[in-house]
Design a protein around this ligand. Structure first.
Ligand SMILES: NC(=O)c1ccc[n+]([C@@H]2O[C@H](COP(=O)([O-])OP(=O)(O)OC[C@H]3O[C@@H](n4cnc5c(N)ncnc54)[C@H](O)[C@@H]3O)[C@@H](O)[C@H]2O)c1
Length: 261
C-alpha cells in the first residue's frame, strides 16, 4: 500500500517503541517522515534507520512536547527538513510512572498532564496552524486503554490519557469544517521499554516478581499476547489515511480484546 505518497508526517516521541513503528509504517507507505523526540540523538538515529530501510526522506528533530515555543516551531522545522509542513501528525510522546493514587503528589500529577495533555494540546495547535491553510490533514493521538480501567497506581496516567481523548473531540469538532480529521488509538499492553519499566514498578509496588505481573496481565487478554508496536502502528496508519476519510473524533481501542469483559 502507498496510502501516504506525497504526504509529510510528524511523529512525536518517534525515536522508540510505538512512535518508531508508526514512523516506519508511514514511511513504508510513502510518507516523508519527521521523527521528533526529547532525545535528539535517538530521533536522528531512528530517522536514519527509516531512511536506510525505506528510502523515504526522514529527519530527526529535538522536541520536548512540554516546550510550547519549540512545539510551535516544529512544523516549520519539518518543512525545512522535508520540503513541506506536516499534513499527518501523530501525538505519541509519552511517559509512565506509577504512584499510589492515595498519596499521589502534585508533581506526579503535573508531569503526566504536562507531557500527555498539554503536550498534545500544543502539538495539535501547531498542526492546525499549518493544516487549516492546506484545507486537509489528519491528526492521531496515542491515548491508552487505561482511560477505561481503574488502577491504584496509574490514576494520573489514566487521567492525562482521558484528557487526550477529550481534546480529540474538541479539535475534531473544531477542525472538521477545514477538512482536518482528529482521532485516537488507545492501546492496551504494548511490548516497549515504557511497558517494561511500568511492569517493573508495579511488581515492586505489589511485592511480587515481574514475571507474575506479566503472566497475570497477559492472562486477561483474550488474544493471549501483548500488542507489538506494529499492531498499534497499523491502527494509527488506518486513522491517518484516506481509508478513514469519514472518521473523525473517534478512538480505536487496540487491546487484543481486553475490554470485552
Ligand atoms: N507501551 C504500552 O503498553 C502503552 C500502552 C498504551 C499507551 N501507550 C502510549 O504510547 C505512547 C508511546 O509509548 P511507548 O510504549 O512506545 O514508550 P517508549 O518509552 O518506548 O517511547 C516513548 C518515546 O517518547 C519520548 N518522550 C518521552 N517524553 C517526551 C517528551 N516530553 N517530549 C518528546 N518525546 C518524549 C521518549 O524519549 C521515547 O522515545 C505513549 O504516549 C504511551 O503513553 C503505551
Amino acid at each position: 500500500m502507498n496510502r501516504f505518497t506525497g504526504r509529510t508526517a510528524l511523529v512525536t516521541g518517534g525515536a522508540r517503541g510505538i512512535g518508531r513503528a508508526v514512523a516506519l509504517r508511514l514511511a513504508q507507505e510513502g510518507a516523508n517522515v519527521a521523527v521528533s523526540d526529547i532525545s535528539e540523538e535517538a530521533a536522528s538515529a531512528t530517522a536514519k534507520e527509516i531512511w536506510e530501510e525505506t528510502g523515504a526522506p526522514a529527519v530527526g528533530l529535538s522536541h520536548d512536547v512540554r516546550d510550547e515555543e519549540r512545539t510551535r516551531a516544529i512544523p516549520s522545522l519539518v518543512a525545512e527538513g522535508l520540503g513541506a509542513p506536516p499534513d499527518v501528525v501523530v501525538c505519541n510522546a509519552g511517559i509512565q510512572r506509577r504512584e499510589d493514587v492515595l498519596t499521589l503528589s502534585r508533581s506526579g500529577w503535573q508531569e503526566m498532564m504536562d507531557v500527555h495533555a498539554m503536550g498534545s494540546l500544543f502539538t495539535m495547535q501547531a498542526a492546525a496552524r499549518v493544516m487549516v491553510p492546506l484545507g486537509r490533514g489528519s491528526i492521531v493521538l496515542v491515548s491508552s486503554a487505561a482511560v477505561l480501567q481503574g488502577s491504584r497506581s496509574a490514576a494520573h496516567y489514566a487521567a492525562a490519557k482521558s484528557a487526550m481523548l477529550s481534546l480529540v473531540k474538541s479539535f475534531g469538532a473544531t477542525l472538521a469544517p477545514d477538512g482536518i480529521r482528529v482521532n485516537a488509538v488507545a492501546p492496551g499492553m504494548v511490548d516497549t521499554e515504557l511497558l517494561a519499566r511500568s511492569n517493573n514498578e508495579l511488581a515492586e509496588l505489589e511485592g511480587v516478581p515481574v514475571e507474575e505481573v506479566i503472566r497475570k496481565r497477559v492472562g486477561q487478554i483474550p488474544l493471549r499476547r501483548m500488542a507489538t508496536p506494529e499492531d498499534v502502528a497499523g491502527a494509527v496508519a488506518y486513522l491517518a489515511s484516506d481509508d478513514a476519510a469519514y472518521v473523525t473524533g473517534e478512538c480505536i481501542y487496540v487491546t487484543g480484546g481486553g475490554l470485552m469483559f
